[in-house]
Design a protein around this ligand. Sequence first.
Ligand code: PCA
Length: 194
Amino acid sequence: MKRLLITGFEPFGGEQINPSWEAVCRLPSEINGYSLTKLLLPVVFGEAAETVIKAAAKIHPDVILCIGQAGGRNAITPELVGINLRHADIPDNSGYQPKDESISMDGSAAYFSTLPVRRISEAISAMGVPSQVSYSAGAYVCNDLLYTLLSHFSGSNIRVGFIHIPYCTDQDKQPSMDINSIVSGLIAAIECID
Ligand code: PCA
């Protein structure tokens, strides 16, 4: 069986929950011939990616798919690109708040996702769940994670992708999406990865 390492984040920014981890927890343990390993990540620059890289060394996944909350978005948005930038409007969960720093001094400016982002977005939409390709994962911890993983696994057989999801309805923020729709969208995404 193929292996998928799927991650969600702990809460941050004063929220009680992070819908990314809530949704990941609700996924079945097998989808589309992939066995899923679920991993909770800290909202901490650098540490999130290190946690995934360590887990990947044990699990040897075929695919790494990371999920994060993007408050303010009203659709499920697979990210096309990670950029070599750290900039935070609020401190991460360790208190670190970088301002216009590079992630990697000698790294590429950006890396494209190695998952079929357009196809994933279309598959989610086809389930009746709003979805759009996103051309920026921001400059906070989610982008840091995506960029670092794409850089680390570049040239390997391990494919890497990131999907941002809206607030879920339990968070009392707008716009929001109910957790069952988020879960359906993520299943549709995984179903279209070969
Ligand atoms: N969203 C943040 C970090 C953790 C999360 O769920 C982001 O978009 O960077």
